[in-house]
Structures are given as structure tokens and as C-alpha cells.
Design a protein around this ligand. Structure first.
Ligand SMILES: Cc1cc2nc3c(=O)[nH]c(=O)nc-3n(C[C@H](O)[C@H](O)[C@H](O)COP(=O)(O)OP(=O)(O)OC[C@H]3O[C@@H](n4cnc5c(N)ncnc54)[C@H](O)[C@@H]3O)c2cc1C
Length: 309
């Protein structure tokens, strides 16, 4: 019987592991298929506090894991396949083996929605990115034309943010008006550095041969006319998919699948807490995920320490 099982080893899960381990709860931390989480896929993280020169994402996550292990967290390479939260102790199926636990911290993260183009995949991190806040300030994008794909609030936010760095920001959207809230859409379209490209989809990101982004091929969905746009970066902002399918119908989620909390990090099931991008539709940053991991660990510790539990 485990005291606490932490599902996921991104910033949220490993921070929860540090706190619950230091509280002598002997946490078991399950990595899933991506040990270290999303941040391991990026080379340089420039906005995590405490690293004036920036830090390699993989290195940061390795250090977080070591920090948790130093206080007794057990990190296991394993994936949760099913969860029965109907009564305590909770039952998990982990790589085909049953497991019981008094509490759970869910920190399974969220993935980005992709355009689904082969060139997008091949040029990932070579000019194709999914996070303007994370990558917009990189030297490769400074004073260059940039492309944002999408038409919702996130796409508008990304485009506005990128106007600080790019020479021009093309906002490519498949419709003839933005899906974003009116205030955000108005503000975006009023920005002289943002040029909307309506009724258009990206059909290819150029140039795989040069191994870097030099432009995009676009198609007008009304006329089928094709054209190209020069740019140094493509920021894909067409949404996220939280990794919460395991809890469909069991825990409350919003329309996009983000887990909902009742108070602090608590869910409607007492003893089940959430942290990080799987429950954060708004910020989705390493440091906010870490902060939420801390909060979930403290909530979990208090829950286990309360008289009734
Ligand atoms: C390319 C890139 C660059 C980024 N750069 C920055 C940056 O510079 N600064 C910044 O603040 N943020 C950045 N981010 C965002 C940042 O990575 C995320 O906000 C952060 O990783 C969220 O942490 P998390 O712990 O919530 O989830 P994640 O890091 O997504 O971790 C989720 C964890 O859950 C595990 N998991 C999922 N399902 C299961 C399961 N069924 N069983 C067990 N485990 C499971 C996964 O294997 C993984 O370990 C970047 C993201 C990307 C993709």
C-alpha cells in the first residue's frame, strides 16, 4: 500500500515528489513514457528562476529528479493504464500490475496539437515551435518575419507576444475571422506588426533540405490558390490536449479535458490531487507547473495528516 502515487515526472510531478518526500511520505513517482516530461524536449530554458544563463531542459529535469530522490522519492519507469477511484484505497493498473494507494497526485501534463505535416515534424525545434513565451526571445527569431498558425485566444496572445521580437508576424487562420474573444481579436488586428492571412492553411513548412525554417507554403481554402511566405519561425497555436483520458467520466474536466479542482489542488474525489499542465488551461509554464506540484504535495500531506484519513 502506497501513501502517495505521483503520476508523471514533469516539473509538476517531480516538485510534488520533492515536497512529499521531504514530508516523509515516501512517494512513488511514475514516469510514464516521457521521463522528465515536456521540458526534456527543449534545449534551452531561459525563464526558469535561478538560472541567469538559462538551463538545458534535460539537465534541469535530471536535477529535479535527483533532488526528489535525495529525500527518498522512488522514481519508477512505468505507465498508469487504468485507475479505479471509486473507493479508497485507490486501485491503479501500472504496466499490467495492480497497485493500491491512499492518495494520488495527477501530473500527467498536456500535449500540443500538431498540424500533422511531415515538414513540421522534421523542422521541430529548427524554427517550428509550440510556445512563443518559451522560444520567442531566441536569437534565431529576432527581427525576422514570423508565422503564427491559429485563430483563437492563444494564437492571438502568441502573435502579440512575438511582435516584441519579430519584424512582422503573419497570423494564418483557416477562417475569415478570428475565433478569439472580441477584445483580444480587436487588439490583435489593431497591432500594425500583425498581418492576418485569412482563409488559409499551411500545407508545408519550408525548407527541410536546408534543415531550418525559411518559409511556409499556404493554400487559400476558398480559391485553392497556393503561395509562399518567407519566415524564420512557425509558431503553431491550434490548441492543447491534456493527458487526462484515464479519468474520463470519473473526475470533472472542462470542455477541453483539463482537470477541474474543487479547492486548491483537490478534486471532487477526496485524496486525489492535480498539478501542472493537465489542469492548467491558461499558463502552461514550467515554473507554474512546479508551483502547482508544491501545492498538491502540501494539500496531500495535510489530507493524510488529518484525523479522518
Ligand atoms: C518544446 C517546448 C519548450 C518549452 N519551453 C519552455 C520554457 O522555456 N519555459 C517554460 O516555462 N515552459 C516551457 N515549456 C512548457 C513546459 O514544458 C510545460 O509547461 C511543463 O513541462 C509542464 O509540466 P507538467 O509536469 O505539468 O507536465 P509534463 O512536463 O508534460 O509531464 C507530464 C508527465 O506525465 C507523464 N505521464 C503522462 N501520462 C502518464 C500515465 N498514464 N502514467 C504515468 N505517467 C504519465 C509523462 O510521461 C510526463 O512524465 C516548453 C514546452 C515545450 C514542448
Amino acid at each position: 500500500m502506497e501513501n502517495v502515487v505521483i503520476i508523471g515526472t514533469g516539473c509538476a510531478g517531480l516538485t510534488a515528489a520533492i515536497y512529499t518526500a521531504r514530508a516523509n511520505l515516501n512517494p512513488l513517482v511514475l514516469t510514464g513514457t516521457m521521463p522528465g516530461g515536456l521540458l526534456t524536449t527543449t534545449s534551452i530554458v531561459e525563464n526558469f528562476p535561478g538560472f541567469p544563463e538559462g538551463v538545458d531542459g534535460f539537465e534541469l529535469m535530471t536535477k529535479l529528479q535527483k533532488q526528489a530522490e535525495r529525500f527518498g522519492a522512488r522514481v519508477k519507469f512505468a505507465t498508469v493504464e487504468a485507475a479505479d477511484l471509486s473507493r479508497r484505497p485507490f486501485k491503479l493498473m501500472v504496466d499490467g500490475e495492480p497497485m493500491e494507494t491512499k492518495t494520488i497526485i495527477i501530473s500527467t501534463g498536456a500535449g500540443h496539437r500538431h498540424l500533422g505535416l511531415e515538414s513540421e515534424h522534421l523542422l521541430d525545434k529548427k524554427g517550428v515551435t509550440y510556445c512563443a513565451t518559451c522560444d520567442g526571445a531566441l536569437p534565431m527569431f529576432r527581427n525576422q518575419p514570423l508565422v503564427v498558425v491559429g485563430g483563437g485566444d492563444s494564437a492571438c496572445e502568441e502573435a502579440m507576444y512575438l511582435t516584441r521580437f519579430g519584424s512582422t508576424v503573419y497570423l494564418i487562420h483557416r477562417r475569415d475571422e478570428l475565433r478569439a474573444s472580441k477584445i483580444m481579436a480587436d487588439r490583435t488586428l489593431a497591432n500594425p506588426k500583425i498581418k492576418p492571412v485569412w482563409d488559409s492553411v499551411v500545407t508545408e513548412i519550408l525548407d527541410v533540405k536546408q534543415d531550418k525554417v525559411t518559409g511556409v507554403r499556404i493554400k487559400n481554402v476558398k480559391t485553392n490558390a497556393e503561395s509562399t511566405l518567407d519566415c524564420a519561425g512557425v509558431f503553431v497555436a491550434i490548441g492543447h490536449v491534456p493527458n487526462t483520458q484515464l479519468f474520463n467520466g470519473v473526475l470533472d474536466m472542462d470542455d477541453a479535458g483539463y482537470l477541474k479542482t474543487t479547492q486548491g489542488s483537490a478534486t471532487k474525489v477526496p485524496g486525489v490531487f492535480v498539478a501542472g499542465d493537465c489542469s492548467d488551461r491558461v499558463y502552461r509554464q514550467a515554473v507554474t507547473a512546479a508551483g502547482m506540484g508544491c501545492a498538491a504535495a502540501i494539500d496531500c500531506e495535510r489530507f493524510l495528516g488529518s484525523e479522518d484519513n
